[in-house]
Write a protein that binds this ligand. Structure first.
Ligand code: CMP
Length: 175
């Protein structure tokens, strides 16, 4: 089950203060707060005020405790995550772990191809995340200049890294 569903049914751990607060995506002062936060995210640097307002409408901000499982390899997934604060750990294989930092994102693969999650992603520290659901992902791609390009570049890097790792493993087993 995905992160936000598990927040609703209470099956994911809470931090020491018992906080796990979705920041309202309603109108008014909170919406303005969210726009201010979005302005600090490098991915949204090229956005106009109107584009930021559109993103603020569809984005939810969540604080999650360290060790929270955000995606599970093999499960279906309906959310795209952007790290605002903290570090997430991607368990690509039992041997390969990748750390993702503020400004980086994950969860795009299942949204793009409809397949299951390719890796388990866990909060390495307390995390503040911006979360976009599948039904709003196309709005995000439309409103954020350069996002499609960034996604393509990131995917290419991940394919290249996976191929290099496969080659290394291949030569290790044949030597
Ligand atoms: P998705 O498959 O939807 O869910 C798991 C996510 O982990 C995946 O999208 C990517 O965002 C991320 N991910 C998968 N493989 C790697 C990798 N090699 N390096 C960094 N992130 C990855």
């Amino acid at each position: 089950m995905e992160l936000t569903s598990r927040m609703m049914d209470g099956s994911i751990p809470y931090d020491a203060q018992g906080r796990l607060e979705p920041v309202s995506s309603g109108l008014g002062a909170k919406q303005d707060d969210k726009i201010e936060r979005l302005k600090e995210v490098p991915l949204f640097e090229g956005c106009s005020q109107r584009q930021l307002r559109s993103v603020a409408k569809i984005a939810r901000v969540f604080d999650v405790a360290a060790d929270t499982v955000l995606t599970r390899a093999g499960e279906s997934g309906d959310e795209f995550f952007l790290i605002i604060d903290g570090t997430a750990r991607v368990d690509v294989t039992a041997e390969k772990h990748v750390l993702l930092h503020p400004g980086e994102f994950f969860g795009e693969m299942s949204l793009l191809d409809g397949g299951p999650r390719s890796a388990t992603v866990i909060a390495g520290t307390p995390l503040r995340l911006l979360v976009i659901s599948r039904r709003h992902f196309s709005v995000l791609l439309k409103e954020v200049p350069g996002l499609t390009q960034t996604l393509l570049t990131t995917l290419s890097r991940r394919v290249r890294a996976a191929e290099e790792q496969a080659k290394r493993l291949g030569s290790a087993t044949h030597s």
